[in-house]
Every structure is written in C-alpha cells, then in structure tokens.
Design a protein around this ligand. Structure first.
Ligand code: NDP
Ligand code: X2W
Length: 348
C-alpha cells in the first residue's frame, strides 16, 4: 500500500480525491489537511462521508505521506512541492503552478514563480498523450478542466499535422470555480448564463496552445519538454447554472480536405486503446459523464460550410481534476491505469 496524503482536502478537488482514493485498493490515505477544519472529522467538511478521520495539519500530512496531492489555489504548490520532493515525496499538483514555463505562467497567472527551476522536473499529467513519461515522474502537473476537454477534442487533428488553430466555446458548471469561487452565489448564477474572461485573457489559452503545439511538432507520444509547433486559438468560457460538467464546442481550423468518414476513422483510431475516451455517435452531453472519469468526444464535418467541429464533455471534478490525478498516480506507481476510476457516470 502506498501512503497518500491530500493537502487542501476541504475543497472540491480534495473532496473528490477522498471519494476516489477511499476506494483505491493500493492506497492508504494517511492524511488530509485543511486550515478551517483542522482537528475536526472529515464529515465536518463532507456531509456525504461517514468517516470520523480527523483533518490534520499540512505538516502532519507531509510527514506521513509518500505521495502528496496538492489541491490548493494557484501560487501555493510552487512553495510546497520543492520541500516535499526534497523530503523524498512524490507530488501531484492540481493547480497551474507547473503546467507552463515559469515566464509564461507569470504573465498569464500574474503570480511571481518561486520555484522556476522546478518546471523542468514536472511531467504534464494528461495520460492519453504523456503516458510513457508519467511512469517515473516525481512531480506531475495536473491539467486544467477546460484544457483537458479541448486538448482531447483536438489532439487527433494536431497529431495528424492538420491543426492550425481553433475557436473554442467552453461551458462549465459552477464547481469549476472552487468551493469558495468568486461570483458563484446561487441568486446570481441560477437562471443565468454568461461568458467570462473573454478576449484572449483566460489562463487556459497558453496551456491549450502548448498541448496542441507539442502534438503538432512531435506526434504521439509527446514529451512535456519537447519541441512545440504553432497553434493559435480563441477561447470563450461560460458559467452555466449547474454543479458539475464541462462541454466544449470547437471549430477547428484545419489543413487538407475532410469529410465525416475521414474524421470518424481518425478519431476512432487515435483513441482506440484509451480507457477513458469514448468517440460517440450521439452528441456529447455533460450529464452522461457525471461523476465518471470518461470524456465523450464527437467530431463533426459540416458539409454545407466545410467546417470541422468537435464536441467534448467531461466532469470537471473527475477527468477535469481529481480523477485525472488518480489516473496519473496509477501510472506513476505502475498500477493498472483504470484502478479506482469509474468509466460510467450517474444518471439523472
Ligand atoms: N474546480 C475545478 O473544477 C478545477 C480546479 N482546478 C485547480 O485545482 C486546485 C484546487 O481547486 P478546488 O479544489 O476547486 O479549490 P477549492 O477552493 O475548492 O479548495 C481549496 C483548498 O485549499 C485550501 N486552502 C486555500 N488556501 C490555502 C492556503 N493559503 N494554505 C493552505 N491551504 C489553503 C482550502 O482549505 P482551507 O482554507 O481550510 O485550508 C481548500 O481545502 C486549484 O488550483 C484549481 O485552480 C483544476 C482543475 C479543475
Ligand atoms: C467556472 C470556473 O471559474 N472555472 C475556472 C477553471 C478552473 C480550473 O480549471 O483550474 P485551474 O485554474 O487550475 O486551471 C476558470 O475558468 O478559471
């Protein structure tokens, strides 16, 4: 059994990690921290849990665990990860701190990076593309939720060398903003639908462009610190009055002549061996992936305009965050990748 700890365990990512890891046969959950709930039982933050285990201090969790999940706001992992690694722990960071080169991170996140040298040690935690690298990783940068959906939607076209750009419309449930997310009061979210962080300012843009640029330059498998090609995209996120779920509707700017058969063959072939990516006949919908680690993807050729579109749906707290982090843990530990990860969702 591997001793695993969660730092930031009273947030949505931490809560989902607890749900998944409690059912993991190869993991012993040895600690979970929260400043607000320190010393109190898990159930004080998570009414759905019948578990009187107590929230510990960050120090205690670091002390006890062999592998730590950092489920903290951006700007904190960059201080904690170096310490954990120095103490021989392995780290899976759910924040954006190690997803981008430090100078890119600083300009988009507007946070000075305190461990710029550590970026070269980080492996990007998208198993469908980085599986080979993840085996020996000591530090994993878990992707953003919109980024996971968009990257997997466009990866086959990028790996084919056909992708030049995209227009991405993203729709997210409110849990995407975190348990204390700004602008998420019920009275203002309910019966409302709004775009936000538009005009090329959302910090997921460089992450999406780099993921696809790596594929364009390297094909699959890609290496985190390998060469990049040029992919430019527009991204328009929207807040949707629902708890969980990400849907992306993408128009891909592609080279070459396409039709539906060619798209279907490309996508079916690219994801044929993937346990958590399903190419659907029907259009993806978020509730179909609810509480599962699956991504549903559908490429569509619109004959009347010649446009190539792709739709993808996932649960932002599972494949968009905690489920993906557990998938990465499985690969890091050499365990079967699907361990403790549901492929089927809840309905309704
Ligand atoms: N929500 C989503 O869909 C996704 C989120 N992410 C990223 O994952 C990370 C976690 O997100 P999420 O779980 O939603 O966030 P939440 O806001 O829900 O939880 C944050 C956690 O961090 C703890 N925390 C906050 N500030 C500090 C601090 N200064 N020192 C120590 N602990 C602190 C909080 O507990 P306490 O204050 O009690 O210590 C809480 O446990 C974030 O970086 C987010 O950007 C990535 C993909 C998807
Ligand atoms: C609804 C909502 O606010 N969603 C968040 C996505 C959060 C996320 O994916 O976290 P990272 O910051 O770690 O990438 C946003 O748009 O910023």
């Amino acid at each position: 059994m591997v001793r695993v700890g969660i730092i930031g365990a009273s947030g949505y990512g931490g809560g989902e990690l607890i749900r998944l890891l409690k059912a993991h046969p190869g993991v012993e959950l040895v600690g979970f921290s929260s400043r607000k709930h320190e010393g109190k039982p898990l159930s004080s933050a998570w009414p759905q849990l019948w578990d009187e285990g107590l929230f510990a201090t960050l120090e205690d969790v670091l002390e006890r665990a062999e592998v730590v999940f950092l489920a903290l706001p951006n700007g904190l992992a960059m201080e904690l990860a170096p310490r954990a690694l120095k103490e021989g722990k392995r780290v899976i960071d759910l924040s954006g701190d190690f997803r981008l080169p430090p100078e890119v991170y600083e300009s988009w996140y507007e946070i000075p990076h305190k461990s710029p040298g550590l970026y070269r040690e980080a492996v990007y935690g998208l198993p469908e593309l980085h599986r080979e690298e993840l085996g020996g990783a000591r530090l994993v940068a878990n992707p953003g939720c919109y980024v996971t959906a968009t990257t997997l939607a466009l990866a086959p076209l990028a790996a084919e060398g056909a992708l030049r750009g995209a227009f991405v419309v993203g729709l997210s449930g409110v849990s995407g903003a975190g348990r204390e997310g700004e602008g998420t009061f019920f009275a203002e979210v309910n019966e409302n639908l709004k775009p936000y962080k538009v005009g090329g300012v959302h910090r997921h843009i460089p992450e999406m462009e780099r993921n696809l640029g790596r594929l364009l330059a390297q094909g699959r498998p890609v290496r985190t610190h390998g060469p990049l090609g040029e992919v430019r995209l527009s991204f328009v996120p929207h807040l949707v009055p629902m708890t969980r779920g990400i849907l992306v509707t993408v128009e891909a700017e592609v080279e070459g002549n396409w039709n539906q058969k060619a798209l279907d063959e490309l996508y079916q072939d690219f994801y044929a061996q993937e346990p958590f990516v399903r190419i659907t006949e029907a259009l993806p919908e978020t509730k179909g992936t609810y509480a599962s680690n699956r991504v549903d993807v559908k490429p569509l050729y619109e004959a009347r305009t010649g446009r190539v579109m792709v739709f993808a749906a996932l649960d932002n707290l599972v494949k968009g965050m905690a489920g993906q982090a557990v998938q990465n843990l499985n690969l890091m530990l050499g365990l079967p990748e699907e361990t403790a990860l549901p492929r089927e969702g809840l309905w309704p």
